[in-house]
Write a protein that binds this ligand. Structure first.
Ligand code: GDD
Length: 343
């Protein structure tokens, strides 16, 4: 590749990778993306990642393959690293805590240390994708960068460990590393393992004649949901500062799963009427009485976080960052995209 500014993006084949690559290519970067099992990956997601300005190269490398990763980092000598690789599903982390820690914490720490060991700390700036999950249950209070961190599941523990190591290395070695405490961020590229995409896909398939009800867990949890495109812009901005810092990226409003369902189905032309209580509650089509949504206790979580709500004032003031897509636009974009796909 040429002498453009270079970026290494781990976990590039995920939702955030797709938007980040598009952003970096638009800015003329040489982007080196790594992911495991590249051969099996559906490249459609990176379909937008084309630009006359930038260059993109995809490598097959598992983030836990320390030797392979070191070789790549040494060869690329990236100006910026975005560590997006993660096992990011909370319930999977309960079933596979060891693997979650290995990918999200151990590999992140190795990558950080590798940059220092290769003598790149004066050159390479590092973005660590952290999570609102590190704060644990805050009972709906507004979270800032200084809020207490009380992880409640292995996923949150792993992100917390990586956060601790990154801030330690920042003071110990002078490495430019920023943590983004990313609140839930969604898009049409979201995996159906997450509730928003599960709902948008179901709303679209019901519009196409699906009869099986959508089965969900707790309808009353609230999340501060934003659009992934906005959050990757924050990642980039955080690395352009004179000094490194840690930033909350959130919208500052939260909504319940129930509200997401209502809006998604309304976008697909179905008005929901709720009936019953607890496990027996269900959502019916207000006009036809068809059962559209029901409760499945297997999706309930131990140590559930009842609500998240973030205050992104620091990012707004220091990075001039603000989310551009509101909740209603996000839901509509996801459902319309799924309606188009299933047409
Ligand atoms: N996945 C899922 N499936 N969640 C459900 C369901 C269901 O059927 N029913 C209710 N929920 C609730 C979950 O219990 C949770 O409270 C909420 O919906 C959101 O769940 P997810 O979409 O799975 O996301 P998450 O909040 O656990 O985590 C996401 O956001 C974090 C913060 O940005 C992930 O992207 C994490 O990796 C990320 O750190």
């Amino acid at each position: 590749m040429t002498d453009k500014r270079s970026a290494l993006v781990t976990g590039v084949t995920g939702q955030d990778g797709a938007y980040l690559v598009e952003l970096l290519l638009g800015k003329g970067y040489a982007v080196h993306g790594i992911a495991r099992d590249v051969a099996a990956f559906d490249h459609g997601r990176l379909g937008n990642a084309r630009s006359d300005a930038g260059e993109f190269r995809l490598y097959n490398c598992d983030i836990t393959d320390e030797a392979g990763l070191r070789e790549l980092v040494a060869a690329i000598r990236p100006d910026e690293v975005y560590n997006l690789a993660a096992q990011s599903h909370v319930p999977t982390s309960l079933a596979e805590p060891h693997r979650t820690i290995e990918i999200n914490a151990t590999a992140a720490v190795s990558l950080l240390k590798m940059i220092v060991d290769l003598g790149l700390q004066g050159r390479t700036r590092f973005f660590q994708a952290s999570s609102s999950e590190v704060f644990g249950e805050a009972s709906g209070s507004v979270l800032t960068e200084t809020s207490p961190m009380r992880p409640r599941n292995p996923y949150a523990e792993s992100k917390y460990q990586a956060y601790l190591a990154s801030t330690r290395l920042r003071t110990e070695t002078g490495l430019f590393v920023t943590n983004g405490f990313l609140f839930n961020h969604e898009s049409p590229f979201r995996s159906p393992a997450f509730v928003t995409r599960k709902i948008s896909l179901a709303a679209a398939s019901h519009a196409r004649g699906e009869r099986a009800p959508l089965r969900l867990g707790n309808l009353d949890v609230r999340r501060d949901w934003g659009h992934a495109r906005d959050y990757v812009a924050g990642m980039w901005l955080s690395l352009q500062r004179r000094e490194p810092g840690d930033y909350i990226f959130s919208t500052g409003e939260n909504h319940s799963v129930r509200e997401f369902v209502e809006l998604a189905f309304a976008t697909a032309g179905r008005k929901i009427r709720w009936q019953g209580e607890g496990l027996h509650e269900a959502g019916y089509d207000a006009d036809t009485a068809e059962r559209l949504v029901e409760i499945d206790p297997s999706f309930f979580r131990p140590n559930e976080i009842s609500a998240t709500l973030g205050d992104a004032s620091k990012a707004r003031h220091e990075l001039q960052w603000r989310p551009r897509t509101d909740f209603a636009e996000l839901v509509r974009e996801m459902v319309v995209s799924d309606l188009d796909r299933t047409r």
